[in-house]
Write a protein that binds this ligand. Structure first.
Ligand code: NAD
Ligand code: MG
Length: 437
């Protein structure tokens, strides 16, 4: 029997958080004695929903974290209204996220907060040596080298929840698992392996025999193409928030849905892959796959390509991050063989989706570029949603903000945080100069 994990769900009221709660409830049904347990749930708003998720969990989470410190009274009233006083303790404010992430009784943290707001708690979980199910890709985009170095020194396992990175992780794990002479109890495909090996050997190029992933030539991320895959440049320029929020295959939070429409999401994922798999930008490719069934592919030196397939449902990559290296029954539907599945792979169009080029560029130069791209994008998305800038201005603002910053190759965390603030201010200033037609 696979031992259950004691899990902190950060961002429990979001799309990833809700799917995680479902996965854990299913694992508990499947193996009631294994000890699967949600230790804490966090939310920033939608307090009623947050408390309801705690109420529905069994056993009840020990802690309900309300990260917005202004909502203490509302949270206390809701906890009392739903009969949880005495069952769950309330902890509030941004620091409470760090406390939940580093709780000694927690062994696994699901980082499901959106954007930069998830940085401190995710990093704290990594520093505390927890297994981290990483949905919050922005943390790696902002501070990839800091996070991966912390994982190497603490022994934290970074398990991607992002479906593309989970797919790559699964392909590499399966490929290496079969080829490996290691014993089954040793983890294969530890994302930190290559960095540890690099330290031991001095040099460790991606794909080389010393690298954690020998024989791998390229990682190929799939992209659905979003709602504007077949739109003209003019149509994309005139896109409304409602059109951009209408994703054809995935049901996700607002910010990542807009990121998918601009393909900034794929840009962030290129950078995420760079840090997660220790792979240079020129070994990462993106291919459009509108059906979102092939979640990504790995190409080996002999030209063989291994892919991971499943219907678009985040519960599978979430569960994999929780149960790895084991596989257990999952509530996500399987790929039905009674219906026809058409799967196309289409080259990307960098002209209509210029955000992608920014992703490759930032992955190439590293350093301070990631935090600046992310800060500009997190500023531009709400400006688009509130009608202050046009859809295509999002990538334009990000590009200009990147050009306006003085690149540094090895910034400290403190410097990255300064640049996070700077990039938001710069992008907001630039937006002032843009008039919405
Ligand atoms: P969401 O908007 O549905 O949920 C976001 C969560 O973050 C909520 O629980 C919210 O309360 C919390 N939050 C928001 N602002 C906060 C703040 N200032 N402080 C603390 N908590 C805050 O988002 P989502 O779609 O679940 O995405 C979460 C993360 O997972 C993002 O980084 C996204 O890129 C990534 N991701 C999501 C999906 C998906 O299918 N939804 C897929 C891959 C990756
Ligand atoms: Mg993804």
């Amino acid at each position: 029997m696979t031992d259950g994990r004691r899990i902190a769900i950060l961002g429990a009221t979001g799309s990833i958080g809700a799917a995680t709660l479902d996965v854990v409830a299913n694992l508990q049904r499947h193996a009631p004695d294994a000890g699967w347990r949600v230790m804490s749930v966090s939310g920033h708003s939608r307090i009623e929903e947050l408390v309801r998720s705690a109420e529905a969990a069994s056993p009840k989470p020990r802690t309900i974290v309300v990260s917005d410190g202004q909502k203490i009274t509302e949270a206390e009233e809701e906890i009392s209204r739903q009969g949880l006083t005495g069952h769950c303790q309330l902890d509030t404010g941004a620091d409470a996220l760090v406390r939940a992430a580093t709780d000694p009784e927690v062994d696994t943290v699901v980082a499901g907060i959106v954007g930069r707001a998830g940085l401190e708690s995710t990093l704290a979980a990594v520093q505390a040596g927890k297994r981290v199910g990483l949905a919050n890709k922005e943390t790696l985009v902002i501070a990839g080298p800091v996070v991966t170095a912390a994982a190497t020194s603490s022994g934290s396992e970074l398990l991607p929840i992002d479906s593309e990175h989970s797919a790559i992780y699964q392909c590499l794990a399966e490929a290496r698992g079969l080829a490996s002479t290691r014993s089954a109890s040793q983890p294969v495909c530890d994302a930190n392996d290559s960095r540890a090996t690099a330290e031991a050997n001095g040099r460790c190029d991606f794909g080389s025999p010393n690298h954690a992933f020998p024989g791998v030539r390229r990682l190929i991320l799939t992209a659905s193409g979003g709602p504007f895959l077949n739109s003209s440049r003019e149509e994309i320029d005139a896109a409304t928030p409602a059109e951009a929020l209408n994703h054809p295959t995935w049901d996700m939070g607002e910010k990542i849905t807009i990121d998918s429409a601009t393909m900034m999401n794929k840009a962030l994922e290129i950078i995420e892959a760079k840090w997660l798999f220790d792979v240079p930008a020129d070994r990462i490719e993106v291919v459009v796959h509108p059906q979102s069934i092939i979640h990504s592919l790995v190409e080996f030196e002999d030209g063989s390509v291994i892919a991971q397939l499943s219907p678009p449902d985040m519960r599978l990559p979430i569960q994999y991050a929780l149960t790895y290296p084991h596989r257990l029954p999952c509530p996500a539907p399987p790929l039905e063989r009674t219906q026809r599945w058409d799967m196309s792979l289409i080259p990307v169009d960098l002209e209509r989706f210029p955000a992608l080029e920014l992703g490759f560029e930032v992955a190439r130069v590293g350093g301070t570029a990631g935090v600046v791209l992310n800060g500009a994008n997190e500023t531009a998305v709400p400006l688009f949603l509130s009608g202050k800038i046009r859809f295509t201005d999002i990538a334009r603002l990000c590009k200009q903000t990147l050009q306006d910053h003085n690149h540094e190759s090895a910034p400290s965390l403190a410097r990255l945080l300064e640049l996070d603030t700077w990039s938001r201010q710069r992008a907001a200033q630039l937006a002032e100069t843009i008039s919405v037609a």
